[in-house]
Design a protein around this ligand. Structure first.
Ligand code: HAS
Length: 554
């Protein structure tokens, strides 16, 4: 039996103090993004053979800049955004406040961790990139900072789980509201996924950087990293899926098609955590059988995103048709493109269609042998994390920052331009990276500084990367400008709620669907899957072998 869901949109009971803590958490992420994108411009121009590194204050090398770019954008921004945004959606989904002390503790750990990694990177003691593979060694401050940033996500998890548990005690037999369910699953997923990097950093890298062990085991370190490093991409993406499922339908005047489909999608991600070995297809020491199994499982991870594509597209179509769109694609153009939040997120979805296809190419074992460690890979991930995720964060910010500041969004037209400029920039950038990568152009290489002659095929590719990167930078500057003007110069407005949607079907109270909320079973299955894939590997590789002496770029 399906029950209609009626969400009250008034009286959202989040105390101002909690809203402020969430606000500063998200702003910390945006502050990291300003530094991250500034470094990104130098990285992109490097492919066009323009060397800016030495003009950046304090930057000693290409690798220092690339580390700052990756760590600030891919770790600090994304973790801060998830901690803040998902705390907010949990509170809204359940209609009750969170624990203020835990919000404060999470922000404190995040701020302190970010400060420590910044000190390590800007003092030149952590040019190890965002993957920090051993035997590259950073100073202890870097690993300690990373550990604190991860701890901030665990504190957020505890806050979310306690709030959900209290709500369940007060509502025996009720289904967890979808918005809260999805929010909670983001952190259930992340908590299991983060075990790998926690073990690597705390068990291996931190003691090693403190000199308590002379050498380390790079193979074990890489594998533990990718145990987390693969699902981390979905920890970046899933908050965006929360917006695409639970907010965008409302923003386009529609509803979400199915409550259960959304829950199943989040559960599928939970069950397919252990496929990090697809980042290690070219690593020696892993059996072909293991690589084959992981390649097959990687194709399965397409399914929840394909379900998302169809489900979200259906919601968009309902909205577009309600707005008068006719014919096969008329609904698409009838969507409220004038709303910068909607505009940015639909463009993000379109970029993700292409990003997803390149993911499929990466996942194909033989294709992977061609493109691994080439510029193709940054081409893929700038259309996923650099566009689907970052552009969606920007779109979300266009209603979130007015909500935080209790002001109208300043410059909606400029904000729309911002989204388009960034989108076009990312497509040109990715086109350059992909064609260059197919021609063997390496990633993580200071092309502007190499002493060998550059093949002709890399030249046009490099120029496209430079032009696309410059446009992305313009888009980013406009984004910060709109937020700055909104915060300091816009008119006050009383914004009492955040946009979220009701569903067309569900949630059912009988039949099989309530089982989707029985979390113990799903968490048990997810841990079992990790044990099946990683267990045999760990049996062979534990305890860590003393193999490699540290290599320091400082
Ligand atoms: Fe990936 C490498 C495979 C998704 C990020 N990936 C990376 C790296 C990063 C990254 C950062 O198998 C580099 C790591 C490093 O530094 O070495 N990736 C995949 C696969 C998927 C995938 C199979 N990746 C992502 C996402 C990321 C991300 C998401 C960030 C957020 N990736 C790989 C592999 C490698 C890899 C290998 C290793 C490469 C190597 O050798 O180094 C899939 O999850 C993708 C599924 C996506 C889709 C698209 C669904 C589209 C949607 C939008 C719908 C549009 C609508 C609008 C509704 C199937 C949901 C439509 C309207 C109309 C009118 C049309």
């Amino acid at each position: 039996m399906s029950t209609p869901v009626v969400y009250r949109t008034d009286e959202f009971p989040l105390p101002d103090s909690q809203r402020n803590l969430i606000r500063w958490t998200v702003y910390l992420g945006f502050a990291a993004l300003t530094v991250g994108v500034a470094q990104g411009l130098a990285q992109a121009l490097n492919y066009a053979r323009i060397d800016l590194f030495h003009y950046y204050p304090g930057m000693r090398s290409y690798y220092e800049g690339l580390t700052v770019h990756g760590v600030f954008n891919a770790i600090v921004l994304t973790f801060a955004f998830a901690n803040g945004f998902i705390a907010l959606t949990t509170a809204r989904g359940l209609g009750r406040p969170l624990n203020g002390a835990l919000l404060m503790a999470s922000l404190g750990a995040l701020a302190l961790g970010s400060a420590l990694v910044s000190i390590a990177m800007f003092s030149g003691h952590a040019s190890v990139l965002y993957t920090f593979y051993p035997p590259l060694q950073a100073s202890p401050a870097f690993y300690l900072g990373l550990a604190l940033i991860v701890i901030s996500t665990w504190i957020t998890s505890i806050n979310i789980f306690l709030t959900v548990a209290r709500w369940r005690r007060e509502h025996p037999g009720a289904r967890i509201p979808l918005l809260a369910y999805m929010s909670m699953m983001v952190y259930v997923f992340w908590d299991i996924s983060s075990i790998g990097v926690a073990a690597e950093v705390v068990g291996m890298l931190l003691p090693w950087s403190l000199g308590w062990s002379a050498a380390t085991d790079p193979m074990l370190g890489r594998s533990l990293f990718w145990l987390t490093g693969h699902p981390i991409v979905y920890f970046w993406l899933l908050p965006v899926y929360v917006s695409w499922y639970a907010m965008i339908p409302r923003q386009v005047g529609s509803v979400l098609f199915s409550d259960s489909v959304a829950r199943i999608v989040f559960l599928m991600f939970l069950l397919i955590i252990p496929i990090g070995f697809h980042h290690q297809f070219v690593d020696p020491g892993l059996s072909p059988g293991l690589k084959f199994m992981v390649a097959v499982m990687t194709f399965v991870v397409f399914i929840p995103s394909l379900l998302t594509a169809f489900s979200v597209m259906y919601s968009l179509e309902i909205g577009g048709r309600r707005a008068g769109g006719r014919g096969l694609l008329g609904w698409f153009f009838a969507l409220p493109w004038s709303d910068p939040s909607v505009c940015a997120q639909i463009l993000a979805m379109l970029a993700f269609l292409l990003g997803g296809i390149t993911g499929l190419m990466n996942a194909s074992y033989e294709m992977n042998l061609e493109i691994h460690n080439t510029a193709f890979v940054p081409g893929h991930f700038h259309m996923t994390v650099g566009a689907a995720v970052a552009l969606s964060y920007m779109g979300i910010a266009y209603w979130l920052v007015p909500y935080f500041e209790q002001k109208r969004l300043w410059g909606a037209r400029l904000a729309r331009w911002q989204a388009w400029i960034y989108f076009v920039g990312v497509l040109i950038f990715a086109r350059g990276m992909i064609s260059g990568g197919l021609a063997g152009m390496p990633r993580r290489t200071a092309i502007a500084l190499v002493s060998y002659p550059i093949p002709e095929s890399w030249k046009l590719a490099g120029i496209l990367v430079g032009v696309g990167g410059a446009l992305m930078s313009v888009g980013a500057v406009l984004f910060f400008f709109v937020l700055f003007m909104t915060t300091f110069f816009s008119e006050p407005a009383a914004i009492t709620d955040i946009p979220f949607t009701s569903t067309y079907v569900g949630p059912a109270l009988e039949g099989w669907q309530p089982r989707l909320d029985r979390l113990r079973i799903w968490i048990g299955l997810a841990i079992l899957m990790v044990a099946i894939v990683y267990g045999p590997f760990l049996v062979h590789h534990l305890p860590p072998r003393v193999v490699s002496m540290p290599f320091r770029a400082y």
